[in-house]
Design a protein around this ligand. Structure first.
Ligand SMILES: [Zn+2]
Length: 101
């Protein structure tokens, strides 16, 4: 027993292949560190769905980049609140990044 989608025309088959490819591609996400595609899957076969980077090296690279960006935005006289909003992080985190200089 199973659910099968069986197209009855060639064009139906092509549409099904396209839909299937798009559905599969959605399981991939680009690493925010190196921009390589990484498999994201809920159970065992890929990275956790909330993961942003493919490796520790990329995670550290991303963290450093965000910290640097926070400091550059601060130099442009943006408020801590505005920086936090732009970088998608908390106000306390931004304060720590700026203070570490
Ligand atoms: Zn990466």
């Amino acid at each position: 027993m199973g659910l099968f989608i069986v197209p009855d025309t060639l064009i139906g088959c092509l549409w099904l292949q396209l839909a299937s490819a798009i559905a599969d591609f959605r399981k991939f996400r680009l690493c925010e560190g190196c921009k390589k595609p990484m498999l994201v899957a809920p159970e065992g076969s890929g990275y956790r769905t909330n993961r942003k980077t493919c490796s520790n090296a990329c995670r550290i690279r991303l963290y450093s980049r965000r910290k640097l960006e926070a400091r550059q935005l601060r130099d442009q006289k943006l408020s801590v609140r505005e920086i936090a909003k732009r970088l998608g992080t908390g106000i306390e985190q931004v304060k720590r990044w700026i203070a570490e200089r």
